[in-house]
Design a protein around this ligand. Structure first.
Ligand SMILES: Nc1ncnc2c1ncn2[C@@H]1O[C@H](COP(=O)(O)OP(=O)(O)OP(=O)(O)O)[C@@H](O)[C@H]1O
Ligand SMILES: [Mg+2]
Length: 391
């Protein structure tokens, strides 16, 4: 197996996700899912595997929604995908097609062309009709339709920017309505936390919880056995010279915190360095990559996104909180942290600290131990944080 950090990997090269995939299929029997997790942990890889190897009785449709910036573009993309899906069994999205024709769509050589859309486009109807068509017209009614939607929060944020909060909210409401009305399931995910987009909307008096019918599923890093297995196979595939193959694989698994993305990177760096594969060499390469100004592991977003996620007013406080926790080897209690932040003049409001810690934890920077003490969730991130912040 070749190292391919961030690239499209062969599905046979997906390691260690069988359990979560089973959990997803089991859950889908009952309800839709929102898949939440840290960036670069392997969400897209999981949903691509769901598409490629569906459990019997499911008909998945996968779409990356990053490229859609308006509700109409989204509705049309769903229509096209449904139409393509139905055409495989010589069926057609009749209702949606009729609707589109009624608003000026013309067929040219089997492809419908539409007038350029304005804000008045009946996107809700296009979306609903497409999904209704999918449910009614599918050739095998035993196969339940499943939408695998990647980069949902990104699209919603984009719709919000282009068309306003209310349209983004409507998209969420319509999707919930469709989940309730039709025998269709959805897996929603993306690289930005969905909670950021929803809480942004909530501040604009959006009372509904448009996702409360979906089950949140957290994608964890690979367990140590799977992480070692991936590292082992990559070391083998890249022909890394080593006398300690298994031990090296375990060291890489450990250094990566179980993020497959970092495992690929470490093996790639080892290959490029030409060094003999030892745990020491892997350790040194990690330090070098963490310090590399070109940021090959894409870690800078962990600090860049702070003003975006928490607002510029909170930036200083959040940086202070993370600095305070990163700089110590042990987990820290709430009161101790508050006292420290008061001492350094970063923050002195207990309630504000409670709120910020909750958000920071939700974004996977921090986790709490059994005593409720705070620490970095991922040692690798802590290590990078210290280096990049000069602590
Ligand atoms: N289970 C796995 N086995 C082997 N490699 C994996 C696995 N999951 C992810 N990878 C590697 O990690 C890279 C990133 O994975 P992926 O794109 O699925 O992450 P993501 O969580 O969708 O990232 P983002 O948050 O940026 O959308 C892949 O290109 C691949 O190199
Ligand atoms: Mg992704």
């Amino acid at each position: 197996m070749k190292a391919n950090p961030g690239g499209q990997i062969d599905l046979k090269a997906v390691i260690g996700r069988d359990r979560i995939i089973e959990q997803i299929w089991d859950t889908l029997e009952q309800q839709s899912i929102r898949m939440n997790a840290e960036r670069r942990i392997g969400k897209t890889t999981i949903i691509k595997k769901l598409r490629a190897e569906p459990r019997k009785g499911w008909a998945p449709i996968y779409q990356d929604l990053e490229q859609y910036h308006t509700a109409s573009e989204f509705a049309m993309a769903v229509y096209r995908e449904v139409e393509q899906f139905l055409s495989l069994s010589k069926r057609t999205a009749r209702r949606a097609k009729n609707l589109l024709e009624s608003i000026g769509g013309t067929e040219v050589g089997g492809v419908i062309k539409f007038p350029s859309f304005s804000r008045e486009t009946p996107w809700k109807e296009i979306l609903s009709n497409s999904i209704q068509d999918l449910v009614d017209e599918r050739s095998n009614p035993k196969d339940r339709p499943l939408f695998l939607w990647d980069e949902v929060p990104f699209m919603l944020a984009s719709i919000k920017d282009h068309e306003g909060e209310s349209v983004a909210m409507e998209v969420l409401d319509i999707l919930r309505g469709l989940r309730q009305s039709y025998d269709v399931r959805m897996v929603l995910t993306g690289s930005i936390g969905l909670h950021h987009v929803i809480s942004g909307l909530k501040q604009q008096n959006y009372a509904n919880s448009p996702l409360n019918d979906t089950l949140p599923i957290l994608v964890p890093p690979l367990d140590s056995e799977s992480a070692s297995e991936l590292a082992y196979k990559l070391i083998e595939g890249e022909y890394i010279q080593t006398e300690v193959h298994q031990k090296l694989a375990e060291s890489i698994a450990d250094l990566s915190d179980g993020f497959p993305f970092y495992i690929h990177h470490i093996v790639k760096a080892l290959k490029q360095s030409g060094l003999e594969g030892t745990s020491n060499a892997a350790e040194q390469l990690v330090s070098r990559q963490l310090l590399d100004a070109s940021d090959p592991w894409e870690l800078k977003h962990y600090s860049d996104r702070i003003p975006v996620y928490y607002g510029e007013d909170n930036e200083k406080a959040v940086l202070g909180i993370l600095d305070g926790i990163a700089d110590r080897a042990e987990a820290i209690s709430f009161n101790e942290l508050l006292a420290e932040l008061k001492g350094t003049g970063v923050l002195d409001d207990r309630d504000r600290l409670v709120d910020l810690l909750r958000l920071i934890e939700q974004d996977h920077y921090l986790s709490r131990n059994n005593d409720g003490y705070y620490r970095f969730q991922f040692p690798l991130l802590q290590r990078w944080w210290k280096l990049s912040r000069g602590l």
